[in-house]
Design a protein around this ligand. Structure first.
Ligand code: ASP
Length: 496
């Protein structure tokens, strides 16, 4: 029997995983309560409550209605652990009243779809495991192969300019669509209240994470004090700095020594790429598990509430991925669009399922170098850099989200404020770590810059996961499009 090609297997895994997740979806009116009873922990489920109360010292501190599952979990999770003991959780159901004291945890139920999630987590861990050595080795080899400074300078400038250009276009598209579609004025006040109360605590937590970001520090901190610290903390920007500077300096030392070091890193890079092939054997299973768990856990009701916001983001991502990159590849890169979009599918599917440009990097490299036959040294330089600093999908989404939140709060953004969004979003997209869910944290920085309450992210947290998956497709495709374009404009490029 002929073997089914990997991209078909992954596509099938995506579709089947989604169906499986939808079938074994989590009941949104059910909670699992763990509480202490005679010094034992007991787990009990509670379903279909009409109302719920969080009571502390005989006074109600929060009241919930039947579809407040997330609000209940979040409220409880963010209680100080020492105050949990004095808390009472009460539910009123058709069958009577249920009361819990000494509650340890309040969680959603598990279903078959969430039980298999570890397979997906394993897949992401395997990919993330090889991301750092791969970035270091390919970037060192990439930078060092561009031996002549003029060439390196030219390729560097082209790469940075294209990354900057595509990111600026992305935010502009995001802002444009958000202004035209005006999703924030289409949300009804009740939905706003519900979203704010469900995600209040989580948004406050995320807002705190970015409090101490300053632009000057941001640039200063790109230089690691200790390269091994940078590697062990997985600080991608610092790792990129380390690898590029190492690669460039390598070209300045004696040829025989340089070749030894280069051979070593080239070998490491090849080994990592071979490892990708091995890990990809479980890709269909990993993708299936990841999608199944996400769909099972996803609250689809929220989609209708935020439908215009989602439409604006998806439309923008589509235009960026196919129109902007399509034009870039066609007019500047003189590349075949059919070849590009057919060969990039694996990277897109893995980007979508893992929500991480870094985890996807090995696959992007494989698609661009092997399937599209792009110059290895150029791709090795442009792609790891792009996975770290170029996040067009994230920037676009941040543009839409900032305007959306401003609209909901009734702020009219001036041209200067919209320009501020463009500037901060370019910076934020450079600083966004290529891992799931960081885009929304950087959004807080943008909101602070235009004086919009950062708690506003509570409005969009519920759909962030699904949009994160989609924007990662654009992030990954953008890196590949720039790599192919730069390589094609350097056709005469040869290595000494
Ligand atoms: N998940 C995105 C990426 O890795 C970053 C983000 O937007 O959160 O590309």
């Amino acid at each position: 029997m002929k073997k089914v090609p990997l991209h078909i297997q992954i596509l099938l895994a995506l579709i089947l995983g989604a169906a499986f997740g939808a079938f074994f979806s989590i009941n949104k009116n059910k909670l699992e309560i763990t509480y202490k009873k005679n010094s034992n922990q007991v787990v009990e489920s509670i379903k279909n409550w009409n109302s719920g109360y969080l009571i502390a010292n005989d006074s109600t501190i929060a009241k919930f209605s039947s579809n407040d599952q997330i609000a209940i979990i979040n409220k409880f999770k963010h209680l100080y652990s020492n105050s949990r003991e004095s808390i009472k959780l009460t539910f009123e159901t058709e069958k009577g009243k249920f009361e819990y004291t000494d509650v340890v945890a309040v969680k959603k139920e598990h279903t078959l779809a969430t039980y298999i999630k570890p397979v997906g987590d394993l897949f992401i861990r395997l990919l993330s495991f090889l991301a750092i050595p791969l970035v270091i080795s390919t970037l060192i080899v990439g930078a060092a192969s561009l031996t002549d400074f003029k060439k390196l300078g030219r390729i560097g400038i082209k790469t940075f300019s294209l990354y900057l250009l595509t990111t600026t276009i992305a935010i502009t598209i995001g802002l444009g669509l958000a202004n035209i579609i005006s999703p924030g004025t289409r949300i009804d006040p009740q939905s706003k209240e519900r979203l704010m109360s469900s995600f209040q605590e989580e948004s406050a937590e995320k807002a705190v994470e970015t409090l101490d970001i300053s632009i000057v520090d941001f640039f200063v901190e790109i230089v690691p004090k200790n390269p091994f610290d940078a590697i062990s903390n997985g600080n991608m920007l610092q790792i990129v700095f380390l690898a590029v500077i190492f690669g460039i300096t390598l070209t300045l030392i004696e040829k025989s020594k340089r070749e030894t070091v280069l051979k070593f890193f080239d070998g490491v890079s090849d080994t990592m790429i071979k490892m990708v092939d091995l890990f990809m054997l479980i890709a269909p299973y990993g993708v299936f598990a990841l999608i199944a768990a996400t769909i099972a856990d996803f609250g689809f009701e929220i989609l209708t509430t935020l439908i215009w916001y989602i439409v604006a983001v998806i439309l923008g991502l589509f235009v960026q991925t196919y129109v902007v990159y399509g034009s870039l590849l066609k007019f500047l890169g003189k590349a075949s669009l059919k070849d590009f979009f057919l060969n990039i599918r694996n990277a897109q599917a893995i980007g979508f399922s893992t929500s991480s440009s870094a985890a996807t990097l090995p696959i992007t490299l494989d698609c661009v170098e092997n399937k599209m036959n792009t110059n290895k040294e150029i791709a090795g330089f442009v792609l790891p850099l792009g996975a770290t600093i170029n996040m067009d999908g994230t920037a676009l989404y941040q543009g839409v989200a900032a305007v959306f939140i401003a609209q909901v709060y009734g702020f009219d953004l001036t041209v200067v404020e919209q320009m501020t969004i463009v500037l901060t979003a370019v910076l934020a997209s450079v600083g966004t770590a290529p891992v799931p869910g960081v885009g929304i944290i950087m959004l807080v920085m943008i909101l602070n810059a235009i004086n919009i309450p950062a708690q506003g992210i509570a409005l969009i947290l519920g759909v962030d996961r699904i949009l994160d998956m989609l924007r990662t497709i654009t992030n990954v495709t953008g890196d590949a499009a720039v790599a192919v374009t730069v390589a094609n404009t350097e056709k005469n490029f040869t290595i000494e």
